[in-house]
Design a protein around this ligand. Structure first.
Ligand code: NAI
Ligand code: MG
Length: 356
């Protein structure tokens, strides 16, 4: 079992800065169930953390006309860290609605989305996986620069040297920090692109990543086309260490990678940038299961552990991850992993595990 990959969220973690304030943005749907669970676990660590609850989401938008109020953004700016649940975004254009996580990524220039996928104890997970997807988080197709010209719909895919350079540097720095053992192939960054077709945009991304690679002679570099990568994540995910890719490819591949861990309920992520860091499970608001009390809190708890590393609480982060692992090993599983436990039962067991 590989258990030390989510420990590396930033290359140079800040020293503990107590007392830290964490902004909790539960959002919509299961966000309202998994964020309180994570808050309980964080509070049980006895670190003197302070919590500020702040609203955002589609529900808030329907009530107030604002998806993410200025007060929420101000709270995140002041605290520097937030734990975000999920929000519901309609697939049609709703006037005035903007996805709160996209607003925060833009507002705080959260340019890197770190999405680890690693083996969890249980038959629902693949063995010997320990990879990290480093997804560019501000440009590319996902940034939604779209327009309609009569019967034609156009999306602009903007790739810049600046955007590619900084995400590549993050990927190589992460690979250096993770120190994949030589027996597993040593530190390696895989550049994922479609430059064989998108020769100009992905050509620039690829070329820039390869230039940055030259600054990191201790980290190996290779490249895989995105469609092949989709297959290889399924066939031989053990081959990969750090994967760096553009925004939409990273969005899609990281959902696929969550399947290696046991599904969307268990996958954590971090949005990091110069001005703040927002930690969240990879999943969305899960309207199909919201309100029943059996949402899996593990993705959010592992995201909370990434947050703890980010604010310098390495030991506490390790305690949370260990307690989560022990809970899974004990078979206290929500229905998405094949069990019958509720969100509260998993949370109680994790908290009990912190004390030993
Ligand atoms: P989803 O992640 O909400 O759900 C996909 C599947 O995973 C569902 O079967 C759901 O039950 C399951 N699942 C998700 N989280 C789970 C958990 N904690 N425990 C157990 N099972 C879990 O994705 P979907 O259905 O594509 O999108 C639903 C809504 O969420 C949409 O409005 C979408 O825009 C939004 N969304 C928001 C995100 C965010 O706020 N960062 C990210 C992804 C989607
Ligand atoms: Mg996604």
């Amino acid at each position: 079992m590989i258990e030390d990959c989510v420990m590396t969220t930033l290359s140079a973690p800040a020293p503990p800065s107590l007392p830290a304030t964490i902004v909790l943005i539960a959002g919509d749907g299961v966000g309202q169930e998994v964020i309180p669970a994570a808050a309980e676990v964080l509070a049980a660590l006895g670190l003197g953390l302070k919590f500020v609850e702040a609203p955002a989401g589609f529900g808030h938008f329907m009530r107030t006309g604002n998806a993410i109020p200025a007060e929420t953004l101000a709270a995140v700016r002041a605290a520097g860290v937030a734990l975000f649940g999920a929000t519901a975004s309609p697939s049609t254009d709703v006037r005035g609605y903007q996805s709160p996580i996209l607003v925060m990524r833009r507002e705080f220039d959260l340019y890197a989305n770190l999405r680890p996928a690693f083996s969890l104890p249980g038959s629902y997970a693949r063995a010997n996986v320990d990879l990290l997807i480093v997804r560019e988080n501000t440009e590319g197709l996902y940034s939604g620069r779209e327009r309609r010209e009569g019967d034609t719909a156009i999306a602009e895919r903007v790739i810049t040297v600046r955007g590619s350079e900084r995400i590549a540097r993050m990927a190589f720095t992460q690979a250096q920090a993770r120190q994949r053992p030589a027996g597993r192939g040593g530190p390696c960054v895989t550049i994922v692109h479609k430059a064989n077709v998108l020769k100009i945009t992905d050509g620039l991304f690829r070329e820039t990543c390869l230039q940055v690679a030259a600054e990191f002679p201790d980290v190996a570099v290779n490249e895989v086309l995105v469609d092949t990568m989709a297959l290889r994540l399924m066939r031989d995910p053990q081959a990969f260490d750090v994967i760096v890719t553009t925004n939409l490819f990273g969005d899609i591949l990281s959902d696929e990678a969550s399947g290696l861990m046991g599904g969307l309920g268990v996958a954590p992520s971090a949005n990091v940038g110069g001005q703040a860091a927002v930690f969240e499970p990879v999943h969305g608001s899960a309207p199909d299961i919201a309100g029943h009390g059996w949402a899996n809190p593990v993705g959010t708890l592992l995201a909370a552990a990434m947050l703890l590393v980010h604010i310098g609480h390495h030991t506490a982060a390790g305690r949370v991850r260990q307690a989560v692992m022990d809970t899974l090993r004990a078979g206290i599983l929500t229905p998405d992993l094949g069990g019958t436990a509720t969100t509260k039962a998993v949370t109680r067991r994790v908290i009990a595990g912190l004390e030993v």
